[in-house]
Design a protein around this ligand. Structure first.
Ligand code: GDP
Ligand code: MG
Length: 171
């Protein structure tokens, strides 16, 4: 029997956007309010995606790395989740530079990517419109999800990770 495919996924984004909360939500379907913000962890996870068992190795970055560490993580990964917080415009403005660095590190390869606007439960203090996220994703030619690690009703978090796996497998 063929060995199940393995994909390495790294989660990027400014500290505090909810990277750890999203990864933990995806892995456990639970929300953990406080997560050590300086912690960097990798997790292994198997999922059945389109009738194929895929093994993911997921790197939850701390978001405070220097450029060398960032580049190292980018070289390691096959696919990337870039996360911003819809209540933090600054985190949205960091997406473009992260994407440019990814392109630079991975060139001439195409970079499998998904864009996630997290904390959609905090719509009342939103600073980044849904259309802005959609527009940026269109510019980057990647899928876009608005979701909430703490109130993940439609399963958008898992959908984002699964779509990224598909994107990696298509390359
Ligand atoms: P990281 O630094 O990107 O890993 O962010 P964390 O996962 O540690 O989350 C930072 C803070 O945002 C924590 O206080 C979380 O409880 C909170 N948080 C994360 N995701 C959400 C979300 O979807 N909604 C709300 N309201 N808070 C969130
Ligand atoms: Mg974290």
């Amino acid at each position: 029997m063929a060995k199940s495919p393995e994909v390495k996924l790294a989660v990027f984004g400014r500290a505090g956007v909810g990277k750890s909360a999203l990864v933990v939500r995806f892995l456990t379907r639970r929300f953990i309010w406080e997560y050590d913000p300086t912690l960097e962890s990798t997790y292994r996870h198997q999922a059945n995606i389109d009738d194929e068992v895929v093994t993911m190795e997921i790197l939850d970055t701390a978001g405070q790395e220097d450029i060398q560490q960032k580049e190292g993580h980018m070289r390691w990964g096959d696919g990337f989740v870039i996360v911003y917080d819809i209540t933090d415009r600054g985190s949205f403005e960091e997406v473009g530079p992260l994407r440019s660095l990814l392109e630079e590190v991975k060139k001439p390869k195409n970079v499998p990517l998904v864009l996630v606007g997290n904390k959609s439960d905090l719509d009342h203090i939103r600073q980044v419109g849904t259309e802005e996220g959609e527009r940026l994703a269109a510019e980057m030619a990647c899928a876009f999800y608005e979701c909430s690690a703490c109130a993940d009703e439609g399963g958008a978090v898992a959908e984002a990770f699964h779509e990224l796996c598909r994107e990696v497998r298509r390359r």
